[in-house]
Design a protein around this ligand. Structure first.
Ligand code: FAD
Length: 348
């Protein structure tokens, strides 16, 4: 029995735990990973600090910029480990939460390692464990290799291969630029014509973007990705890749064939590999017994609070799905949740 269970020890869960600790709230953080790092632990080995978009430090402890060549899946987990230790955060791992169910006015959190009963819940499970694979006709007949961003390791895996990269987000362009020098040939396909964004990502612009994503989750719709609002950043590297033809976008093919992909026009591309850089979905299946989903398919939230159940907050969800957003979400979730739980205590 505890006051608050936090599920997930990524940026969002650690930030929530920090603010709970500061208020002296009894809580536990249940994390499925074997060691600190959240999703960063699983990012591909060739992702270096130079290529991540910018990591916002956790509250209360500076993130001393690692060398640009350092691996993101080492530098960030090591920062998280020091953070958990410095603030003595009550993280228990590896514990996989299988489902959360109602238990009168309390919540029962069922896990691979026993059951926790709690008054409040902060869900911070991220997206990494839910790679999204769209379905296209013929996909199962393809004789080559199909993989998702979540499976990507290193560009040398693609040496001499003909590769189709599917997806219009930052992972697609980043992986394509990285593997193209090794591949024999590449094609980049996206559903929509990419929109390139010039100019700095200012705070005002950031606020507008967050507002756009927020509008949807307030209405209970499935959150849009940040890139669908911002477009793709035009950098020296993307400009060079556009000029060299690596980032020459083709519309989505109509079907997958045993030997490659085929467009409606009859045009074909023989491929050895299809890389689905098609994003991730929020990892929320364990909350299904609580029936939180709105008719729009998403969970309706106001800030981080689930509208239909104020005992539950979602952090790292929708507009807070970035390292800076996750920090802020942790703070406001704790403030609001404790206000709600304290109100209940007074009422009783
Ligand atoms: P995560 O880091 O995913 O942590 C979730 C934790 O919950 C994990 O430890 C997981 O094991 C645990 N968990 C999940 N399900 C369960 C369960 N059922 N039971 C117990 N534990 C569970 N954002 C930026 O701001 N800058 C960037 O440069 C950047 N680069 C990115 C690159 C890629 C390829 C991707 C996919 C995203 C990137 N993002 C970036 C977005 C980034 O993922 C978020 O900003 C942030 O790291 C997410 O933190 P989180 O705490 O919400 O989730």
């Amino acid at each position: 029995m505890t006051d608050v269970v936090v599920i997930g020890a990524g940026q969002a869960g650690l930030s929530a735990s920090y603010f709970l600790q500061r208020r002296g709230v009894e809580h536990v953080v249940l994390d499925a990973n074997d060691s600190p790092g959240g999703a960063w632990l699983h990012r591909w080995p060739s992702l270096r600090m130079r290529t991540v978009h910018g990591i916002h430090e956790l509250p209360g402890m500076p993130f001393e910029q690692p060398a640009p060549d350092e691996r993101a899946n080492e530098a960030i987990p090591s920062y998280f480990a020091r953070y958990e230790q410095l603030f003595d955060l009550p993280v228990v791992r590896p514990v996989n939460v299988t489902q959360v169910v109602n238990d009168g006015s309390l919540l029962k959190v069922e896990t691979s390692d026993g059951v926790w009963t709690t008054r409040g819940l902060i869900n911070a499970t991220g997206t990494w464990r839910r790679p999204f694979w769209p379905h296209y006709p013929g996909q199962e007949t393809f004789r080559g290799r199909q993989l998702h961003t979540a499976d990507y390791q290193d560009p040398t895996e693609f040496t001499g291969k003909r590769v189709v990269v599917v997806g219009g987000g930052a992972s697609a362009t980043q992986l394509l630029m990285e593997l193209a020098p090794f591949a024999a040939e590449t094609r980049w396909v996206t559903r929509h014509e990419p929109v390139w964004r010039e100019g700095p990502f200012t705070e005002d612009y950031g606020r507008w973007v967050v507002g756009m994503v927020e509008e949807r989750v307030r209405a209970g719709l499935i959150p849009r990705s940040v890139v669908s609002v911002t477009g793709l950043a035009l950098t020296d590297q993307t400009r060079a890749a556009i000029a060299s033809g690596v980032l020459d976008r083709k519309p989505m093919f109509e079907r997958v064939t045993p030997s490659g992909v085929e467009w409606a026009s009859g045009e074909r591309f023989d491929a050895d590999v299809i890389l689905w850089a098609t994003g991730f979905r929020h990892d929320l299946d364990h909350l299904a017994p609580l029936r939180l989903r709105a008719s729009g398919g998403g969970i309706q939230v106001d800030g981080t609070r689930v509208v239909s159940d104020p005992r539950i907050h979602l952090v790292g969800y929708g507009p807070s799905a970035s390292t800076i957003g996750a920090n802020r979400a942790g703070r406001s979730a704790v403030r609001e949740l404790m206000g709600h739980l304290d109100g209940l205590k007074v009422a009783n």
